[in-house]
Design a protein around this ligand. Structure first.
Ligand SMILES: Cc1cc2nc3c(=O)[nH]c(=O)nc-3n(C[C@H](O)[C@H](O)[C@H](O)COP(=O)(O)OP(=O)(O)OC[C@H]3O[C@@H](n4cnc5c(N)ncnc54)[C@H](O)[C@@H]3O)c2cc1C
Length: 426
């Protein structure tokens, strides 16, 4: 099978890059081994929350200049402030075109409520999530946090305790929802995604609304776990219309309905544009043939290679096995690429439990066009995007989704520029 571009990894970065290339008529395939970080995510997307020196960021775009000084290897710094600003706007458009409704803007972060009831800065959030300006929580003084009987992955009391500390008179209640009885008996099956598969059935919407309405009482808002709307993003609106009080939802422990819904919408957009997803397969080795381009051998295609002019490595970090830590070294397993990483094992982790961990900054080394290197030499037609990239800490700096989206759109543009007249970077 021959494609213009093959993307290794179908997470937020790989799917976004594939969509942008397919929108411009490129034939793309995504080979993806398994679940990606979206399956575990909050559904909110971070752009930049904290600078490496610990300064909190309210306005991500304005902070890019300071970031370049403090972290010259950060993907945003490599790509440049003007470009990043443009790709951030493009990313918002791409998500919208994929049918993903999100609240927020890169000019200013907002606060989202976490499943623990605390407020955390972010760039874009699903509109159903309780959000507020950076100045603090504003929606509802007396919210009712509603759990589901037997569901362990969302604990209303934890939310209430945190809200009470913030001066918000929250309280808890539980729904029984008899339609869940069948899966409730098996605790390992009683997870957000399985609950959503039941609650998403059209005949259950009114029943859910009736039970929520019975709880309304003296409260001014309902907060419910994200356990519905997996395949139907409009279910929230239909349910909200039937309720007496405003409804908001909070992410649960993984698997995340909000993250999975985003993943599914991006995959659908990519496939509708003609993109091919090869799921459950893993790229094991690659070979460059002069004049023929790249050959990729996978677990299921060991003899007959997938062929492409360009390869985009979007295989994620340690979590997704895009990077592997062996006893004495960190390696990138598909190409054996050069990395930004400490060689001495003692320097991989920091002893402080809450201090930034050095290994989170490890990843593939690139030039300013996100082209990768092997043994000090540039590898032709191979780019890296997303969390396989080195030079940044997605957790401490709060920039994981932003780097994935920006780097994906950057590489799509670099590849497209090579095909057209505006070929700039050779
Ligand atoms: C648990 C978790 C939760 C997070 N939550 C958030 C959040 O709420 N908000 C936020 O902004 N950021 C969050 N992040 C940061 C996250 O890194 C980025 O937001 C982003 O989703 C990463 O996307 P990615 O496409 O680069 O990598 P990934 O999502 O990790 O996807 C990589 C994919 O590549 C596949 N793969 C790996 N090797 C191969 C191979 N050889 N062949 C084929 N396929 C391969 C993997 O199976 C995986 O599907 C979270 C990260 C983690 C780990």
């Amino acid at each position: 099978m021959r494609f213009d571009t093959i993307i290794v990894g179908g997470g937020l970065a790989g799917l976004s890059c594939g969509i942008r290339l397919s929108e411009q008529g490129r034939q793309c395939a995504i080979v993806s081994a398994g679940q990606n970080a979206l399956h575990f995510s909050s559904g909110s997307l971070d752009l930049l929350n904290v600078l490496p020196d610990g300064t909190a960021v309210n306005r991500p775009i304005n902070a890019l200049a300071a970031l370049s000084q403090q972290a010259p290897q950060h993907p945003y710094s490599l790509l440049g402030k003007e470009n990043v600003t443009r790709w951030v706007e493009e990313a918002e458009g791409l998500l919208q075109r994929s049918g993903i409704a999100l609240f927020g803007h890169a000019n200013e972060n907002h606060l989202r409520m976490t499943p623990l009831g605390i407020q955390k800065a972010t760039w874009l959030s699903p509109p159903e999530i309780p959000t507020s300006p950076l100045s603090g929580y504003q929606r509802g003084d007396k919210p009712l946090i509603v759990g589901i009987e037997g569901f362990m992955d969302f604990q209303p009391q934890l939310v209430v305790d945190a809200l009470l500390q913030q001066g918000i008179s929250a309280s808890t209640a539980y729904l029984h929802l008899p339609m869940l009885d069948q899966i409730r008996t098996n605790l390992s099956e009683f997870r957000a995604v399985n609950i959503a598969r039941v609650l998403d059935k059209p005949e259950h919407c009114q029943r859910l609304a009736d039970e929520l309405n019975q709880l309304s009482g003296e409260h001014d808002a309902l907060i419910f776990p994200a356990c519905f709307g997996l395949d139907d993003p409009d279910l929230y609106k239909r349910l909200a219309e039937k309720l007496r009080l405003p409804l908001m939802i909070l992410p649960t422990l993984p698997p995340s309905v909000l993250g999975l819904r985003m993943n599914n919408l991006l995959a659908k957009r990519f496939q509708n544009l003609g993109g091919v997803i090869i799921p459950g397969d893993i790229v094991l080795r690659t070979k460059m043939e002069k004049d023929k381009g790249w050959l990729l051998y996978t677990r299921n295609h060991t003899d007959i290679a997938l062929r492409a002019q360009q390869v985009v490595l979007a295989s994620g970090s340690f979590f997704s096995k895009g990077l592997v830590a062996d006893r004495g070294c960190i390696r990138e397993p598909v190409f054996g690429l050069d990395l930004l990483a400490e060689t001495e094992r003692e320097k991989w982790v920091s002893s402080g439990m809450f201090s930034p961990q050095p290994y989170l900054q490890f990843g593939v080394k690139t030039d300013a066009y996100l082209r990768v290197m092997r043994q000090g030499q540039r590898v032709n037609d191979v780019y890296a995007i997303g969390s396989v990239l080195g030079g940044y800490d997605p957790l401490f700096q709060g920039c994981g989704a932003g780097v994935s989206l920006v780097s994906a759109l950057a590489v799509a543009e670099f590849i497209l520029a090579r095909q057209g007249a505006g070929y700039e970077h050779e």
